[in-house]
Design a protein around this ligand. Structure first.
Ligand code: NAD
Length: 383
Protein backbone atom coordinates (compact mmCIF):
# COMPACT_ATOMS: atom_id res chain seq x y z
CA UNK A 1 0.00 0.00 0.00
CA UNK A 2 1.21 3.52 -0.79
CA UNK A 3 1.23 5.52 2.45
CA UNK A 4 2.76 8.65 1.00
CA UNK A 5 0.30 11.56 0.88
CA UNK A 6 2.03 13.57 -1.85
CA UNK A 7 3.95 10.98 -3.84
CA UNK A 8 4.68 12.27 -7.34
CA UNK A 9 4.55 8.69 -8.63
CA UNK A 10 1.12 7.75 -9.93
CA UNK A 11 -0.84 4.73 -8.76
CA UNK A 12 -0.92 2.58 -11.88
CA UNK A 13 -4.26 0.95 -12.54
CA UNK A 14 -5.07 -2.11 -14.61
CA UNK A 15 -8.60 -2.84 -15.81
CA UNK A 16 -9.86 -6.38 -16.38
CA UNK A 17 -13.10 -6.17 -18.35
CA UNK A 18 -13.24 -3.21 -20.71
CA UNK A 19 -17.00 -3.27 -21.33
CA UNK A 20 -19.48 -0.70 -20.06
CA UNK A 21 -17.91 -0.16 -16.63
CA UNK A 22 -14.29 -0.66 -17.69
CA UNK A 23 -14.60 2.23 -20.13
CA UNK A 24 -16.44 4.39 -17.55
CA UNK A 25 -13.47 3.85 -15.21
CA UNK A 26 -11.03 4.80 -17.98
CA UNK A 27 -12.89 8.08 -18.45
CA UNK A 28 -12.52 8.82 -14.72
CA UNK A 29 -8.72 8.41 -14.88
CA UNK A 30 -8.61 10.41 -18.13
CA UNK A 31 -9.91 13.52 -16.34
CA UNK A 32 -8.30 12.92 -12.95
CA UNK A 33 -6.92 16.49 -13.13
CA UNK A 34 -10.50 17.70 -12.51
CA UNK A 35 -9.93 16.80 -8.85
CA UNK A 36 -8.48 19.68 -6.84
CA UNK A 37 -5.30 18.65 -5.00
CA UNK A 38 -6.17 14.99 -4.64
CA UNK A 39 -3.26 13.42 -2.73
CA UNK A 40 -2.95 10.53 -5.19
CA UNK A 41 -2.41 10.57 -8.94
CA UNK A 42 -4.20 7.83 -10.89
CA UNK A 43 -3.00 6.52 -14.23
CA UNK A 44 -4.46 3.76 -16.38
CA UNK A 45 -1.55 1.52 -17.46
CA UNK A 46 -3.01 -1.80 -18.65
CA UNK A 47 -6.28 -3.26 -19.93
CA UNK A 48 -7.48 -6.81 -20.44
CA UNK A 49 -10.59 -7.87 -22.35
CA UNK A 50 -11.41 -10.86 -24.50
CA UNK A 51 -12.77 -8.68 -27.31
CA UNK A 52 -10.13 -7.13 -29.61
CA UNK A 53 -12.52 -4.35 -30.67
CA UNK A 54 -12.76 -3.19 -27.05
CA UNK A 55 -8.98 -3.32 -26.63
CA UNK A 56 -8.76 -1.11 -29.72
CA UNK A 57 -10.98 1.46 -27.99
CA UNK A 58 -8.36 1.78 -25.24
CA UNK A 59 -5.61 2.64 -27.76
CA UNK A 60 -6.81 6.26 -27.50
CA UNK A 61 -5.61 6.37 -23.86
CA UNK A 62 -1.95 7.47 -24.05
CA UNK A 63 -0.86 6.07 -20.65
CA UNK A 64 -1.91 2.49 -21.49
CA UNK A 65 1.22 0.35 -22.05
CA UNK A 66 -0.32 -3.10 -22.12
CA UNK A 67 -3.41 -4.37 -23.96
CA UNK A 68 -4.03 -8.08 -23.57
CA UNK A 69 -6.66 -10.79 -23.76
CA UNK A 70 -5.06 -12.64 -20.82
CA UNK A 71 -5.72 -11.37 -17.30
CA UNK A 72 -2.73 -13.45 -16.17
CA UNK A 73 -0.48 -11.32 -18.40
CA UNK A 74 -1.95 -8.12 -16.94
CA UNK A 75 -1.43 -9.41 -13.40
CA UNK A 76 2.20 -10.31 -14.15
CA UNK A 77 2.94 -6.72 -15.17
CA UNK A 78 5.12 -4.73 -12.74
CA UNK A 79 3.41 -1.59 -14.10
CA UNK A 80 0.13 -2.35 -12.29
CA UNK A 81 -0.48 -1.49 -8.60
CA UNK A 82 -4.28 -1.60 -8.40
CA UNK A 83 -6.70 -3.66 -10.47
CA UNK A 84 -10.32 -2.79 -11.26
CA UNK A 85 -12.29 -5.84 -12.38
CA UNK A 86 -15.59 -5.39 -14.26
CA UNK A 87 -16.54 -8.79 -15.66
CA UNK A 88 -19.69 -10.96 -15.46
CA UNK A 89 -20.49 -12.27 -11.99
CA UNK A 90 -19.53 -15.95 -12.55
CA UNK A 91 -15.94 -14.75 -13.13
CA UNK A 92 -15.67 -12.60 -10.00
CA UNK A 93 -14.35 -15.29 -7.69
CA UNK A 94 -11.64 -16.78 -9.96
CA UNK A 95 -10.40 -13.42 -11.27
CA UNK A 96 -10.59 -11.54 -7.96
CA UNK A 97 -8.62 -14.36 -6.28
CA UNK A 98 -6.01 -14.20 -9.08
CA UNK A 99 -5.67 -10.44 -8.53
CA UNK A 100 -5.15 -10.85 -4.77
CA UNK A 101 -2.66 -13.71 -5.21
CA UNK A 102 -0.69 -11.65 -7.76
CA UNK A 103 -0.02 -9.13 -4.96
CA UNK A 104 -2.29 -6.37 -6.31
CA UNK A 105 -4.93 -4.28 -4.55
CA UNK A 106 -8.47 -4.49 -5.89
CA UNK A 107 -11.48 -2.33 -6.57
CA UNK A 108 -14.03 -5.07 -7.16
CA UNK A 109 -17.31 -4.68 -8.95
CA UNK A 110 -20.51 -5.62 -7.22
CA UNK A 111 -22.00 -8.01 -6.28
CA UNK A 112 -18.51 -9.24 -5.20
CA UNK A 113 -18.99 -12.85 -6.27
CA UNK A 114 -21.91 -14.62 -7.85
CA UNK A 115 -23.20 -15.81 -4.45
CA UNK A 116 -22.51 -15.84 -0.73
CA UNK A 117 -19.94 -18.65 -0.88
CA UNK A 118 -17.90 -16.74 -3.50
CA UNK A 119 -18.13 -13.46 -1.58
CA UNK A 120 -16.90 -15.05 1.64
CA UNK A 121 -14.01 -16.76 -0.18
CA UNK A 122 -12.86 -13.46 -1.75
CA UNK A 123 -13.19 -11.50 1.51
CA UNK A 124 -11.30 -14.14 3.50
CA UNK A 125 -8.45 -14.37 0.97
CA UNK A 126 -8.05 -10.57 0.91
CA UNK A 127 -7.87 -10.54 4.69
CA UNK A 128 -5.37 -13.39 4.77
CA UNK A 129 -3.10 -11.72 2.21
CA UNK A 130 -3.53 -8.18 3.60
CA UNK A 131 -4.68 -6.63 0.32
CA UNK A 132 -6.64 -3.38 0.17
CA UNK A 133 -10.03 -4.27 -1.30
CA UNK A 134 -13.18 -2.21 -1.71
CA UNK A 135 -16.34 -2.74 -3.74
CA UNK A 136 -17.95 -0.46 -6.31
CA UNK A 137 -21.08 1.43 -5.19
CA UNK A 138 -21.05 5.03 -6.35
CA UNK A 139 -24.52 6.52 -5.68
CA UNK A 140 -23.81 7.30 -1.99
CA UNK A 141 -21.15 9.77 -3.15
CA UNK A 142 -23.78 12.17 -4.53
CA UNK A 143 -24.28 15.27 -2.36
CA UNK A 144 -27.94 14.42 -1.62
CA UNK A 145 -27.04 10.90 -0.55
CA UNK A 146 -24.21 12.22 1.62
CA UNK A 147 -26.54 14.70 3.35
CA UNK A 148 -29.24 12.07 3.91
CA UNK A 149 -26.60 9.70 5.31
CA UNK A 150 -25.27 12.41 7.65
CA UNK A 151 -28.78 13.17 8.95
CA UNK A 152 -29.49 9.48 9.51
CA UNK A 153 -26.17 8.99 11.30
CA UNK A 154 -26.66 12.01 13.55
CA UNK A 155 -29.59 10.17 15.12
CA UNK A 156 -31.75 13.24 15.83
CA UNK A 157 -34.76 12.28 13.67
CA UNK A 158 -36.65 10.96 16.69
CA UNK A 159 -37.72 7.31 16.94
CA UNK A 160 -37.58 5.94 13.41
CA UNK A 161 -40.85 5.05 11.68
CA UNK A 162 -39.46 3.54 8.49
CA UNK A 163 -36.55 3.42 6.08
CA UNK A 164 -36.69 2.89 2.33
CA UNK A 165 -33.81 2.26 -0.07
CA UNK A 166 -34.63 1.69 -3.73
CA UNK A 167 -32.97 1.38 -7.09
CA UNK A 168 -35.39 1.41 -10.00
CA UNK A 169 -35.02 0.95 -13.74
CA UNK A 170 -37.51 0.44 -16.56
CA UNK A 171 -34.86 -0.86 -18.96
CA UNK A 172 -36.36 -4.36 -19.24
CA UNK A 173 -39.99 -3.44 -19.95
CA UNK A 174 -39.42 -3.99 -23.67
CA UNK A 175 -39.92 -7.76 -24.24
CA UNK A 176 -37.96 -7.46 -27.51
CA UNK A 177 -34.79 -6.32 -25.73
CA UNK A 178 -32.25 -9.08 -26.53
CA UNK A 179 -30.94 -11.32 -23.76
CA UNK A 180 -27.57 -10.56 -22.16
CA UNK A 181 -25.55 -12.18 -19.36
CA UNK A 182 -27.26 -10.11 -16.64
CA UNK A 183 -30.55 -11.92 -17.42
CA UNK A 184 -29.13 -15.46 -17.15
CA UNK A 185 -28.61 -17.24 -13.83
CA UNK A 186 -25.45 -19.05 -14.93
CA UNK A 187 -23.67 -15.70 -15.44
CA UNK A 188 -25.56 -13.29 -13.16
CA UNK A 189 -26.32 -15.68 -10.29
CA UNK A 190 -29.46 -17.04 -8.69
CA UNK A 191 -29.97 -13.68 -6.98
CA UNK A 192 -30.70 -12.05 -10.38
CA UNK A 193 -31.71 -8.45 -9.77
CA UNK A 194 -30.53 -8.76 -6.14
CA UNK A 195 -27.01 -9.35 -7.46
CA UNK A 196 -27.35 -6.70 -10.13
CA UNK A 197 -28.82 -3.75 -8.22
CA UNK A 198 -28.65 -4.91 -4.59
CA UNK A 199 -25.43 -3.43 -3.24
CA UNK A 200 -26.58 -0.02 -4.44
CA UNK A 201 -29.53 -0.17 -2.01
CA UNK A 202 -27.83 -2.06 0.83
CA UNK A 203 -24.67 0.08 1.07
CA UNK A 204 -26.02 2.98 3.15
CA UNK A 205 -28.19 0.91 5.55
CA UNK A 206 -25.24 -1.43 6.20
CA UNK A 207 -22.84 1.50 6.71
CA UNK A 208 -25.29 2.88 9.29
CA UNK A 209 -25.21 -0.47 11.07
CA UNK A 210 -28.81 -1.21 10.06
CA UNK A 211 -28.58 -4.95 9.39
CA UNK A 212 -31.90 -6.62 8.62
CA UNK A 213 -32.66 -9.26 11.25
CA UNK A 214 -35.35 -10.98 9.22
CA UNK A 215 -36.76 -10.63 5.76
CA UNK A 216 -39.92 -11.29 3.78
CA UNK A 217 -39.14 -11.17 0.07
CA UNK A 218 -41.37 -10.74 -2.94
CA UNK A 219 -39.42 -11.63 -6.08
CA UNK A 220 -40.87 -11.54 -9.59
CA UNK A 221 -39.84 -13.05 -12.92
CA UNK A 222 -41.83 -11.30 -15.60
CA UNK A 223 -40.56 -12.32 -19.05
CA UNK A 224 -39.19 -15.85 -19.16
CA UNK A 225 -37.73 -15.68 -22.67
CA UNK A 226 -36.09 -12.97 -24.73
CA UNK A 227 -34.72 -12.69 -28.27
CA UNK A 228 -31.23 -14.20 -28.36
CA UNK A 229 -30.01 -11.60 -30.84
CA UNK A 230 -29.47 -14.28 -33.50
CA UNK A 231 -33.05 -14.72 -34.67
CA UNK A 232 -34.11 -17.19 -31.95
CA UNK A 233 -35.15 -16.99 -28.31
CA UNK A 234 -33.26 -17.69 -25.11
CA UNK A 235 -34.40 -18.45 -21.57
CA UNK A 236 -34.42 -15.39 -19.34
CA UNK A 237 -34.32 -17.02 -15.91
CA UNK A 238 -33.26 -14.32 -13.43
CA UNK A 239 -35.47 -12.47 -10.95
CA UNK A 240 -36.47 -9.13 -12.49
CA UNK A 241 -37.98 -7.29 -9.53
CA UNK A 242 -37.44 -7.60 -5.79
CA UNK A 243 -39.18 -6.02 -2.79
CA UNK A 244 -37.68 -7.00 0.57
CA UNK A 245 -39.57 -6.14 3.73
CA UNK A 246 -37.16 -6.36 6.62
CA UNK A 247 -36.80 -5.57 10.34
CA UNK A 248 -33.81 -3.71 11.71
CA UNK A 249 -33.11 -3.04 15.37
CA UNK A 250 -32.20 0.60 15.98
CA UNK A 251 -31.92 2.17 19.46
CA UNK A 252 -34.05 -0.50 21.07
CA UNK A 253 -36.82 -0.25 18.45
CA UNK A 254 -37.70 -2.58 15.59
CA UNK A 255 -37.91 -0.46 12.45
CA UNK A 256 -39.24 -1.51 9.01
CA UNK A 257 -36.61 -1.25 6.29
CA UNK A 258 -37.81 -1.77 2.71
CA UNK A 259 -35.25 -2.60 0.03
CA UNK A 260 -36.49 -2.40 -3.56
CA UNK A 261 -34.55 -3.42 -6.66
CA UNK A 262 -36.44 -3.35 -9.94
CA UNK A 263 -35.56 -3.67 -13.61
CA UNK A 264 -39.20 -3.23 -14.50
CA UNK A 265 -40.39 -0.07 -12.80
CA UNK A 266 -42.38 1.93 -15.36
CA UNK A 267 -41.29 5.58 -15.67
CA UNK A 268 -38.02 5.05 -13.77
CA UNK A 269 -34.54 5.43 -15.25
CA UNK A 270 -31.67 4.95 -12.83
CA UNK A 271 -33.75 6.16 -9.86
CA UNK A 272 -31.86 5.67 -6.60
CA UNK A 273 -33.80 6.58 -3.44
CA UNK A 274 -32.85 6.74 0.22
CA UNK A 275 -35.49 7.82 2.73
CA UNK A 276 -35.46 7.81 6.53
CA UNK A 277 -38.57 8.94 8.41
CA UNK A 278 -38.57 9.69 12.12
CA UNK A 279 -41.21 11.19 14.39
CA UNK A 280 -39.34 14.51 14.65
CA UNK A 281 -37.62 14.81 11.28
CA UNK A 282 -37.27 12.99 8.01
CA UNK A 283 -35.08 13.03 4.94
CA UNK A 284 -35.55 11.85 1.39
CA UNK A 285 -33.15 11.91 -1.52
CA UNK A 286 -33.92 10.62 -5.02
CA UNK A 287 -31.82 10.88 -8.16
CA UNK A 288 -35.09 11.78 -9.88
CA UNK A 289 -34.36 15.27 -8.55
CA UNK A 290 -30.56 14.98 -8.54
CA UNK A 291 -29.67 18.19 -6.72
CA UNK A 292 -32.65 18.34 -4.35
CA UNK A 293 -32.66 17.23 -0.72
CA UNK A 294 -36.07 16.93 0.88
CA UNK A 295 -36.42 17.22 4.64
CA UNK A 296 -39.32 17.66 6.99
CA UNK A 297 -39.70 18.49 10.66
CA UNK A 298 -42.68 17.78 12.88
CA UNK A 299 -45.23 20.51 13.42
CA UNK A 300 -48.98 20.71 13.58
CA UNK A 301 -48.77 20.33 9.83
CA UNK A 302 -45.88 18.72 8.00
CA UNK A 303 -44.44 19.55 4.61
CA UNK A 304 -41.29 18.79 2.62
CA UNK A 305 -38.64 21.46 2.56
CA UNK A 306 -36.50 21.37 -0.58
CA UNK A 307 -32.85 22.37 -0.62
CA UNK A 308 -30.84 22.68 -3.84
CA UNK A 309 -27.43 21.23 -3.06
CA UNK A 310 -25.36 21.95 -6.16
CA UNK A 311 -21.96 20.35 -6.67
CA UNK A 312 -20.92 19.86 -3.02
CA UNK A 313 -18.93 16.65 -3.55
CA UNK A 314 -16.79 14.99 -0.85
CA UNK A 315 -13.63 15.62 -2.95
CA UNK A 316 -13.40 19.12 -4.42
CA UNK A 317 -13.08 19.49 -8.19
CA UNK A 318 -12.67 22.32 -10.66
CA UNK A 319 -16.46 22.24 -11.15
CA UNK A 320 -18.07 25.11 -9.27
CA UNK A 321 -20.43 24.51 -6.36
CA UNK A 322 -23.37 25.98 -8.28
CA UNK A 323 -23.49 23.10 -10.81
CA UNK A 324 -25.19 19.68 -10.86
CA UNK A 325 -23.38 16.32 -10.56
CA UNK A 326 -24.08 13.22 -12.67
CA UNK A 327 -23.03 9.59 -13.13
CA UNK A 328 -19.39 10.24 -14.22
CA UNK A 329 -18.96 12.57 -11.24
CA UNK A 330 -20.08 10.03 -8.65
CA UNK A 331 -17.78 7.42 -10.19
CA UNK A 332 -14.88 9.85 -9.94
CA UNK A 333 -15.71 10.55 -6.29
CA UNK A 334 -15.82 6.82 -5.57
CA UNK A 335 -12.37 6.34 -7.12
CA UNK A 336 -11.09 9.41 -5.25
CA UNK A 337 -12.30 7.82 -2.00
CA UNK A 338 -10.79 4.42 -2.90
CA UNK A 339 -7.34 5.82 -3.65
CA UNK A 340 -7.40 8.23 -0.69
CA UNK A 341 -8.34 5.44 1.72
CA UNK A 342 -5.68 3.15 0.22
CA UNK A 343 -3.11 5.90 0.87
CA UNK A 344 -4.38 6.38 4.44
CA UNK A 345 -5.69 9.91 3.83
CA UNK A 346 -9.46 9.47 3.60
CA UNK A 347 -9.95 11.35 6.88
CA UNK A 348 -13.57 11.55 7.95
CA UNK A 349 -14.88 11.30 4.39
CA UNK A 350 -17.20 8.51 3.24
CA UNK A 351 -15.39 5.35 2.13
CA UNK A 352 -16.26 2.78 -0.53
CA UNK A 353 -18.23 -0.35 0.33
CA UNK A 354 -16.12 -2.87 2.23
CA UNK A 355 -15.78 -6.62 1.66
CA UNK A 356 -17.67 -7.19 4.94
CA UNK A 357 -20.57 -5.05 3.66
CA UNK A 358 -20.54 -6.93 0.35
CA UNK A 359 -20.68 -10.26 2.20
CA UNK A 360 -23.50 -8.95 4.42
CA UNK A 361 -25.60 -8.03 1.34
CA UNK A 362 -25.20 -11.60 0.06
CA UNK A 363 -26.30 -12.86 3.48
CA UNK A 364 -29.48 -10.80 3.12
CA UNK A 365 -30.02 -12.06 -0.46
CA UNK A 366 -29.64 -15.70 0.70
CA UNK A 367 -32.37 -15.12 3.27
CA UNK A 368 -34.50 -13.35 0.64
CA UNK A 369 -34.22 -16.31 -1.76
CA UNK A 370 -35.20 -18.68 1.05
CA UNK A 371 -38.11 -16.40 1.97
CA UNK A 372 -39.36 -16.40 -1.62
CA UNK A 373 -39.08 -20.18 -1.85
CA UNK A 374 -40.88 -20.83 1.44
CA UNK A 375 -43.26 -17.82 1.25
CA UNK A 376 -42.16 -17.11 4.80
CA UNK A 377 -40.26 -14.65 6.94
CA UNK A 378 -36.61 -15.78 7.20
CA UNK A 379 -33.96 -14.73 9.75
CA UNK A 380 -30.70 -13.41 8.27
CA UNK A 381 -27.50 -15.07 9.49
CA UNK A 382 -24.35 -12.92 9.43
CA UNK A 383 -20.78 -14.26 9.55
N1 NAD B 1 -21.26 0.11 -10.32
C1 NAD B 1 -22.16 0.19 -11.29
O1 NAD B 1 -22.93 1.15 -11.40
C2 NAD B 1 -22.26 -0.91 -12.30
C3 NAD B 1 -23.02 -0.73 -13.48
C4 NAD B 1 -23.04 -1.79 -14.40
C5 NAD B 1 -22.36 -2.95 -14.14
N2 NAD B 1 -21.65 -3.10 -12.98
C6 NAD B 1 -20.89 -4.33 -12.68
O2 NAD B 1 -19.71 -4.30 -13.49
C7 NAD B 1 -19.39 -5.63 -13.89
C8 NAD B 1 -19.33 -5.68 -15.40
O3 NAD B 1 -20.55 -5.21 -15.92
P1 NAD B 1 -20.60 -4.43 -17.32
O4 NAD B 1 -21.95 -3.79 -17.38
O5 NAD B 1 -19.40 -3.58 -17.48
O6 NAD B 1 -20.55 -5.68 -18.31
P2 NAD B 1 -20.14 -5.75 -19.84
O7 NAD B 1 -20.75 -6.99 -20.36
O8 NAD B 1 -20.41 -4.44 -20.53
O9 NAD B 1 -18.55 -5.90 -19.78
C9 NAD B 1 -17.93 -7.05 -19.29
C10 NAD B 1 -16.65 -7.22 -20.06
O10 NAD B 1 -15.89 -8.31 -19.50
C11 NAD B 1 -15.20 -8.92 -20.57
N3 NAD B 1 -14.75 -10.24 -20.15
C12 NAD B 1 -15.47 -11.36 -20.00
N4 NAD B 1 -14.67 -12.38 -19.59
C13 NAD B 1 -13.43 -11.85 -19.47
C14 NAD B 1 -12.17 -12.40 -19.10
N5 NAD B 1 -12.03 -13.70 -18.77
N6 NAD B 1 -11.08 -11.60 -19.11
C15 NAD B 1 -11.20 -10.30 -19.48
N7 NAD B 1 -12.37 -9.72 -19.82
C16 NAD B 1 -13.47 -10.50 -19.83
C17 NAD B 1 -16.22 -8.94 -21.69
O11 NAD B 1 -15.60 -9.13 -22.95
C18 NAD B 1 -16.87 -7.56 -21.54
O12 NAD B 1 -16.26 -6.59 -22.35
C19 NAD B 1 -20.43 -6.55 -13.25
O13 NAD B 1 -19.93 -7.03 -12.03
C20 NAD B 1 -21.61 -5.62 -13.02
O14 NAD B 1 -22.43 -6.03 -11.95
C21 NAD B 1 -21.58 -2.08 -12.09
Amino acid sequence: MNNSTHSPAPVRIGIIGGGLMGREAASVFGRWFALDNHPVRAELSAVCDLQPSLLDWFRQVPTVKLLTTSHHELLASPDVDVVYVAVPHHLHKPIYLDVLRAGKDLLAEKPFGIDLEAARAIRDEAKKLGRFVRVSSEYPFLPGAQRAFAMARAGDLGPLLGIRASFLHSSDLDPQKPINWKRQVKFCGKGGVLNDLGLHVAHLPLRLGWRPARVFAQLQKIYTTRPDGKGGTAACDTWDNAALHTDVHIDGQTVPLTLEMKRMAPTETDTWIFEVMGTDRGVRYSTKEPKTLRTYRRGREQWWEKTDLGFSMPFKTITGGIFTPGFPDMLMQMWAAYLAERAGVLGDRFGCATPDEAVAQHEIWEAALASQKEAAVVAVTYS
